[in-house]
Design a protein around this ligand. Structure first.
Ligand code: NDP
Length: 226
């Protein structure tokens, strides 16, 4: 049976490419953006896909999406937690704005957790549940720099969320990814990687067979240190 897959932030950038690739491999993909409009414009370019608005930082929005998936599709096999914000490039941790820090943590770390919590019952009913959290090299504590403090800390927290979710969902493959520096609105035009290169390992993890690896951090299909 074809997978049903949700890609948060599938309206553009890496998420759009992941959604397109999963659909190409036969999945029915739910594409979300922060508005119905951004989700619909993307979904129109992806065969058999469905569009829905989602703000991952808002519990009501997450609950509304989960209830829509239950009633419209009745199942979910793959969750790609891709949506995120980068709001503090070029700032120092000594001057981090508390409101910006909270928004970043709420979106990038709590958001994927809220979405996974809301969809866990559907995922647990799948024969091969997979969760892919799109993290960043910026969240790698072993090589952390002074780059974008709120963003980097939020991605380190997302990595910790990944480890805990992998333990809590033993039947699922739950992994996180560093897509590399990619040419998107977030990555900018000077980034060395295409969206296809950025999406590659995410799609690989999203299509892992049952019994595949879980609880890891990956780049270019290889495990990398936390
Ligand atoms: P973009 O900025 O191009 O796209 C961000 C996506 O997230 C959009 O679809 C946007 O929706 C959505 N989004 C933003 N805020 C929310 C929210 N509160 N709720 C739901 N959706 C939201 O990002 P990229 O494609 O570059 O990045 C995708 C992922 O890859 C992110 O997790 C990012 O941190 C990670 N990453 C990216 C790198 C890069 O170089 N680009 C490097 C390392 C990691 P809308 O269109 O409606 O605004």
């Amino acid at each position: 049976m074809d997978d049903v897959a949700l890609v948060t932030g599938g309206s553009r950038g890496i998420g759009f490419e992941v959604a397109r690739e999963l659909a190409h491999r036969g999945a029915i993909v739910i594409v979300t953006g922060t508005t119905e409009g951004t989700a619909r414009i993307a979904s129109e370019k992806i065969p058999r896909s469905r569009a829905h608005a989602l703000d991952i930082s808002d519990r009501r929005s997450v609950a509304a999406l989960a209830s829509w998936i239950r009633s419209e599709l009745g199942r979910l096999d793959v969750l790609v937690n891709n949506a995120a914000v980068l709001l503090d490039e070029g700032t120092s941790i000594l001057e981090t704005d508390p409101a910006l820090f909270e928004t970043t943590m709420r979106t990038n770390a709590l958001g994927p957790l809220l979405v996974t919590q809301a969809l866990a019952p559907l995922l647990e009913a799948s024969v091969n549940p997979r969760v892919v959290n799109v993290s960043s090299g910026a969240g790698q504590i072993s090589s952390m720099t002074s780059y974008a403090p709120a963003y980097s800390i939020s991605k380190a927290a997302l990595n910790a969320v990944t480890v805990m979710l992998a333990a809590a969902l033993p039947r699922a493959r739950v992994n996180c990814v560093d897509p590399g520096w990619v040419r998107t609105d977030m990555g900018g035009p000077g980034a060395p990687r295409s969206v296809a290169q950025g999406a590659d390992t995410i799609v690989w993890l999203a299509t892992l067979p049952a019994g595949g690896p879980t609880g890891g951090f990956y780049k270019d299909k290889k495990r990398i240190p936390w």
